[in-house]
Design a protein around this ligand. Structure first.
Ligand code: ZN
Length: 204
């Protein structure tokens, strides 16, 4: 079976995720968008099986569930954007992994929506959030737009915790001329655990 896939959560052969793990995924509730965004939708709660799924995608380069996640994300997009973009990760993280998970998701979501996907944001130098203390993590990243965006922009990200990253992305896009900024994310941390570092791998 050359093209057999495995469940990214439990490693069972077959669909990714397998039906048993898929049944344990919890849908994210609708919540008010972070400041600066018109709408923000999330697919999963970043806890339990959902956390495992997204974290493994993030840290182990398991891309099998990416298309399914992207399809579910695209379904939650309410307003058709002119362009899809992403909040780029830090340069050091990109070098370590060789890819930007948010970009992979953005490209897959854009394909589903039949909209163009373009890099619109650059992350200004700053510390990566992984491994930092809560105090350090409260320092939001800063982005600048690398080109003038069209009026309606959809920002894709993998996990939203405080919303500070999406707010910073929206600020940069609006400063460069975007009129509407929406976001769709694969997972959001449960509200009660919003202060638990979302980027911490469980066993990577
Ligand atoms: Zn499974």
């Amino acid at each position: 079976m050359l093209f057999a896939t495995r469940c990214p959560v439990c490693d069972a052969r077959g669909p990714a995720p397998c039906p048993a793990c898929a049944a344990e995924l919890r849908p994210a509730p609708a919540l008010p968008p972070p400041p600066g965004l018109d709408r923000c939708a999330a697919v999963l709660i970043y806890a339990g099986t959902g956390r495992e799924l997204v974290a493994r995608l993030k840290y182990r380069n398991r891309r099998a569930p990416l298309d399914r996640l992207a399809a579910a994300m695209a379904e939650r997009v309410l307003a058709e954007p002119d362009v899809v973009t992403w909040a780029p990760t830090t340069r050091s993280r990109w070098r370590r992994r060789g890819y930007d998970q948010a970009e992979l998701l953005a490209r897959a979501v854009a394909r589903r929506l039949g909209r163009p996907c373009r890099r619109l944001l650059a992350r200004l130098p700053g510390p990566a959030q992984t491994g930092l203390s809560l105090t350090q993590r409260r320092v939001a990243p800063v982005f600048r737009a690398t080109t003038a965006p069209p009026p309606r922009v959809l920002v894709v990200d993998d996990v939203v915790t405080s919303g500070a990253t999406l707010s910073a992305a929206a600020r940069a896009l609006r400063a460069a001329g975007a009129a509407e900024v929406d976001a769709v994310v694969a997972a959001r941390t449960p509200l009660k655990r919003a202060l638990v570092p979302a980027d911490t791998p469980r066993s990577a």
